[in-house]
Design a protein around this ligand. Structure first.
Ligand SMILES: [Zn+2]
Length: 156
């Protein structure tokens, strides 16, 4: 079984396909975004499994410049502690990691890295945050939010 944080579909209303519950794990794909425990098939959804190597020495970074796999310079906790942490977050017993999915602040990578290292990080989210278009959009949204009666009609 796999415990993972799942995002909503494109409409933000959870998985909208109408297939029956999984015969292996009982997972219903109509579920909304959140942390779920499913079988590997439901987790992968036909995609490939990527493994991340933890504890890669930081002086290897330059030699790993063209490394195509996932790696982290952070150390991983022992496997039993990682699984225990995933269960604690799944059951809502962990008060640090948020239960609500957010592509930039709390996504599936944040969850996996949090369980492995105790620190929620997402390389994917960091790349988005570093994008000038994202920063400009966020600045405009924050500016509009500060004006209680304003309408989002600012020119881009
Ligand atoms: Zn399943």
């Amino acid at each position: 079984m796999v415990i993972h944080l799942m995002g909503p579909d494109g409409k933000g209303k959870g998985y909208s396909c109408t297939r029956p519950p999984c015969q292996k794990c009982g997972f219903e794909f109509k579920s909304s975004a959140g942390i779920f425990k499913t079988c590997m098939d439901c987790f992968l959804e036909g995609h490939s499994l990527y493994c991340c190597t933890y504890g890669v020495p930081s002086n290897w970074k330059t030699s790993l410049k063209n490394y195509r796999g996932l790696y982290s310079t952070s150390d991983s906790k022992p496997a039993d502690e990682v699984v225990e942490m995933a269960h604690r977050v799944f059951k809502g017993e962990d008060k640090v990691f948020g239960q609500k999915y957010d592509l930039i602040e709390n996504n599936c990578e944040h969850f996996a890295v949090y369980c492995k290292t105790g620190v929620p990080k997402s390389r994917q989210a960091a790349l988005i945050r570093e994008n000038p278009l994202y920063r400009t959009g966020k600045r405009i949204i924050n500016k509009v939010r500060k004006k209680p009666n304003s309408v989002a009609n600012e020119e881009y």
